[in-house]
Ligand binder design. Structure first.
Ligand SMILES: [Zn+2]
Length: 389
């Protein structure tokens, strides 16, 4: 169990009243007096976050996970669980729905995944899944409803799709100690599947006015810092297009410190000025897991960040941002490996290590992935570098 206190989005509204009613005046006055007496003694609050890209589930993945009458996806995440569960909050993009067996399990091009996939994500340490992407409507509005209900049952927080307008308009706020993170998610579209009549609330489509309003609302609901997840860009392009760059700037200018992109299925570099002063964007986090095997689609990253809140000013800044390069092995089923763990295990012939692969083709590719990823993603200006473990 992580040492966190996550407020369910449905309770935020109610809680904010309680907090305001019970402690606003006394807390403010005591904070002011402590500032006067201890000017140099500033207190900080730290929150660690881990972020990955697309969580795909192609038919090869669920066929491989089949066990008699059920499915077991845990082995896919087991080698990297230690990096996911140790963060205060871990995020990923759920690029499928869990609409149930009656609507048939399928992979590309219209996904529907056994619900055991969510069990494995929970077990691996995911706290928040974004659900706004081009596959949100792969089983229509029913798929959205069913997926949300399965996520809720497992205590996995989510944002990007909604069952009602009221839910859509309730900000997702995460709390740890005295820091609150607002989380928003949007997609460029839904693969041409029309949003059902009268249900415009069910998936967040990129709309600059809406994004601006949502950031404001998130802050009014208590968020000290806002993270915006955007599903955008051109598939298989290793660099952001002009629209992505423009939208990232717009989001930062309107008050969100962090922008995390997904959808291209390959990594796209970061954008930031020194010290992250104007915000930090990762244009594409690539595939975290999928059955795609072409160069650049078989690998991804786990972003590890530390956010620090100055309790005197209330300002949250990025203290540290790094990444762990990952690779999807298909030897012995689908397994996400840390590239450096895998290299170490096959160098030492440690066959029992969860990151070991005996395939010489995979070993050669994994060595290549380290160079490929670090050359593409490292941003020395801000110290964004590949971690070896
Ligand atoms: Zn996508």
């Amino acid at each position: 169990m992580k040492n966190i206190f996550a407020i369910n989005k449905y309770h935020v509204f109610l809680l904010s009243f309680v907090v305001f009613a019970t402690c606003s005046c006394s807390e403010l006055s005591s904070r002011n007096s402590s500032l006067l007496t201890q000017k140099s003694d500033v207190n900080y609050d730290t929150v660690s976050i881990a972020i990955v890209g697309d969580l795909m589930c192609h038919s090869q993945q669920f066929n491989g996970a089949k066990k008699d009458t059920t499915y077991d996806f845990n082995p896919t995440f087991a080698p990297v669980k230690k990096y996911l569960e140790t963060a205060d909050f871990t995020f990923g993009n759920l690029e499928t729905v869990t609409a149930g067996a009656a609507l048939n399990y399928t992979g590309y091009p219209m996904f529907n995944t056994p619900v055991q996939y969510l069990d494995a994500l929970k077990e691996a340490g995911f706290d928040v899944l974004t659900t706004a992407n081009n596959h949100s409507l792969d089983r229509g509005f029913t798929g959205i409803e069913k997926t949300i209900s399965e996520l809720d049952q497992r205590g996995i927080l989510h944002t990007g799709t909604a069952r009602s307008l009221a839910d859509r308009n309730t900000s997702l706020i995460l709390s740890k100690n005295k820091t609150k993170l607002g989380v928003l998610a949007y997609t460029y579209g839904t693969n041409g599947i029309k949003i059902p009549e009268g249900k415009g609330f069910c998936v967040n489509v990129i709309d600059t006015v809406q994004i601006k309003n949502d950031i404001e609302k998130s802050k009014k609901s208590g968020a000290d810092v806002v993270l915006v997840f955007v599903h955008w860009g051109n598939e298989y392009q290793r660099y952001a297009n002009d629209f992505q760059k423009m939208l990232a700037n717009y989001i930062h200018k309107n008050g969100a410190l962090l922008v995390f992109g997904s959808h291209p299925h390959v990594l796209q570099p970061t954008s930031s000025t020194s010290n992250f002063t104007s915000g930090f964007t990762i244009f594409s986090l690539g595939n975290f897991v999928s059955a795609q095997r072409k160069q650049f689609t078989d690998c991804g990253i786990i972003v590890k960040m530390k956010l620090v809140k100055n309790l005197a000013t209330g300002v949250v800044s990025i203290n540290k941002a790094n990444y762990i390069p990952t690779y999807v092995s298909t030897q012995n089923g689908f397994r996400i490996l840390s590239v450096s763990d895998a290299v170490e295990s096959f160098k030492n012939k440690n066959v029992n290590d969860l990151s070991f692969t005996s395939s010489s083709i995979e070993q050669a590719r994994i060595k290549e992935v380290w160079n490929e990823t670090t050359t593409h993603m490292t941003n020395t200006t801000i110290g964004f570098t590949g971690l070896e473990n």
